[in-house]
Design a protein around this ligand. Sequence first.
Ligand code: NDP
Length: 454
Amino acid sequence: MYEYDLFVIGAGSGGVRAARMSASYGARVACAEDRYMGGTCVNVGCVPKKLFVYASHYSEEYEQSKGFGWDNVLPQFNWPILRNNKDKEIKRLNSVYLDLLDAAGVTYFRGRARIVDEHHIVVGDSIVSTEKILIATGSWPDIPAFPGREYVISSNEAFSLDNLPKRALVVGGGYIAIEFAGIFSGLGVETYLSYRGSLLLKNFDQDIRTFTCDELKKKYIDILFNTLISRVEKLSDGTLEVIFSDGRSQNTDLVLFATGRKPNVQDLGLESLGVKCRDNGAIIVDEQFRSSVPNIFALGDVTDRVQLTPVAIAEAMAFARTQFNSELTVLDYDGIPTAVFCQPNIGTVGLTEDEAKLKFNRIQVFKSEFKGLKHSLSGSEERTMMKLIVDVATDQVVGIHMVGPEAGEIIQGLAVAYKAGATKSEYDATIGIHPTSAEEFVTMREPVQKLEEN
Ligand code: NDP
């Protein structure tokens, strides 16, 4: 009756996975993309960001190598080399994604897709009929309006700057702001971080937030708390003058706004179909990713639930299994581990201490803070913090947090223990790997606080 069983709009992490998996179950699938293969993660998100984080680390590695006997190391950073090498790698990944769709038998349309009615989509000159539609169009940086907005950039542009600025001011206190502040600072840019509140990373554990702020300051990031931008002016020499609402100002060469991302829903034709959206445009879906129009589905950032690539991928797999393999799959959103690739990294899974206090009668908190072995010779003042939160009634570890080198790598492993419901006694019974930082997670014996009764 229709040309396709499924038409996917958006070839990002979620869309590509949904298209490939649905096709592997025998569905006739098409996918349209008007920008770049692989979406935000591959092109202007996780992948290039992590490459830049690696790049920015070298400055302190060179510096620290002296304590280990490396002499006369004279680092020179060349931005165009990094940017161009990154571009080459992204180009390679773009074609890998295209090949994956091709190998799965998915028909690919290059162009903007618009839904004309429940079963028809226009893309370029074609009108395509489909039984089901999946919207996986992701999200886009959301920059508030203020005079001088035209002078500021988002993370999208930060990946392809012509030149690295001498000074940069990053606005926001979430993932992207903190990661880019670390990247700029590590690459030798004089870096300012402007945040409207008094402590970064609002939804993270309080200790992690305080500790991270202290560590960022050690990395020469000048954090301007309680600042709101009222306008940005361009001076005759090209300098940007950022004027805050309290009258303070800061001159800089680049202003990067990282103040959240909004769902990408414009021009999809949703309004005329009656697809229900939240105020910010996010498509409202049920646990099977079904919108208010029964054959139209949405997943990933466009639903603005958890804006993380692995979540979009997991949602895509649950969608494909449910719709095309008769396996009703409901995704479990509990225990999603996450990392912020600031320097040092933050890794976390489970509840914050405040959340655990609300949820359980009695909790115990175990905390360790130390200078890593490497820094006994490196000269660095960097410190590491680890924290476990335990529900006393069950002895289960319900929150695991870390700030320190490779926290993302370490917490990924511990997320398995979290999902398995591991108890503190099981952590205690686990032998550490010595000498590592991670061993602290199995050697914390004394709670830092007495039992807390609610
Ligand atoms: P976040 O939601 O993480 O942070 C947005 C920040 O901007 C908050 O600190 C917020 O302040 C502030 N803010 C919001 N509106 C304004 C405003 N009008 N004026 C001033 N400040 C404002 O968004 P990001 O853009 O950093 O990242 C988007 C999402 O992408 C993240 O939530 C995350 O899910 C994902 N991501 C994940 C990464 C990873 O896994 N490592 C890396 C990068 C992104 P307040 O706290 O006061 O609300």
